[in-house]
Design a binder for this molecule. Structure first.
Ligand SMILES: Cc1cc2nc3c(=O)[nH]c(=O)nc-3n(C[C@H](O)[C@H](O)[C@H](O)COP(=O)(O)O)c2cc1C
Length: 195
């Protein structure tokens, strides 16, 4: 079957190297609109998209998250990737959103039992529209881990988050600095048919 939506789903890949060039306002508008049009449980529409393009703000956000990772106590349950992240954060070398020109942080109400799902479907909508515009995107999870950290909360309240909102995901966006990756061979994810 050949259809542009199916092709687009197959073409989406995580992009982690970006050109130092901002996406256009029109492209940004289409991507954010795709996030806002995503479904939400009980149609509560409580996602809050914080779009960050100012270099100074991106630098400060990176530093706030680096400081939070650097402060993770030694006895905290860990795994190799987290240990590497902590080490890099301590060296102020934790480029966890890959110096993307645009960062979209997505929060939702902390009392909403569908908050994580509502954020995730919006992120996927935005990734698919980005892909269709030949814009690279990558799901960024580091904010979620730190979403009860007082410094991170205070920082994002200054950027417009309400005290009852928590960040559950984010998206790095920009033009890919590398050729678009190949489509994947699907090897994981189980399917059980009863036909
Ligand atoms: C819930 C979730 C969290 C993710 N968090 C990160 C992240 O923090 N940093 C990152 O580089 N990629 C992140 N990814 C991207 C995955 O690593 C990526 O989707 C996976 O390796 C498959 O590659 P593909 O996106 O190119 O198909 C995340 C993806 C999902 C769905």
């Amino acid at each position: 079957m050949n259809n542009p939506v199916i092709e687009n789903v197959k073409d989406r890949r995580s992009i982690r190297r970006f050109k130092n060039e901002q996406i256009s306002q029109e492209e940004l508008h289409e991507i954010v609109t795709a996030g806002r049009l995503a479904p939400s449980g009980r149609n509560v529409q409580q996602n809050h998209f914080v779009v960050i393009q100012k270099d100074e703000l991106k630098k400060r956000i990176r530093r706030v998250i680096e400081d939070a990772y650097a402060a993770i106590p030694k006895d905290h349950p860990s795994y190799p990737k987290l240990e590497r992240a902590i080490l890099r954060a301590k060296e102020h070398d934790y480029d966890f959103f890959f110096s993307a020109p645009t960062l979209i942080v997505v929060a939702n109400n902390k009392e909403n039992d569908n908050a994580m799902a509502d954020v995730a479907v919006a992120l996927e909508n935005m990734m698919l529209v980005a892909t269709s515009l030949s814009i690279g995107s990558c799901y960024i999870n580091q904010f979620k881990r730190m979403n009860e950290n007082p410094e991170v909360l205070a920082h994002f309240e200054n950027l417009g988050l309400n005290p009852d909102e928590r960040i559950l995901g984010a998206l790095a966006l920009g033009y890919s600095a590398l050729p678009w990756p190949e489509r994947k061979d699907i090897t994981g994810n189980k399917v059980t048919y009863h036909r």
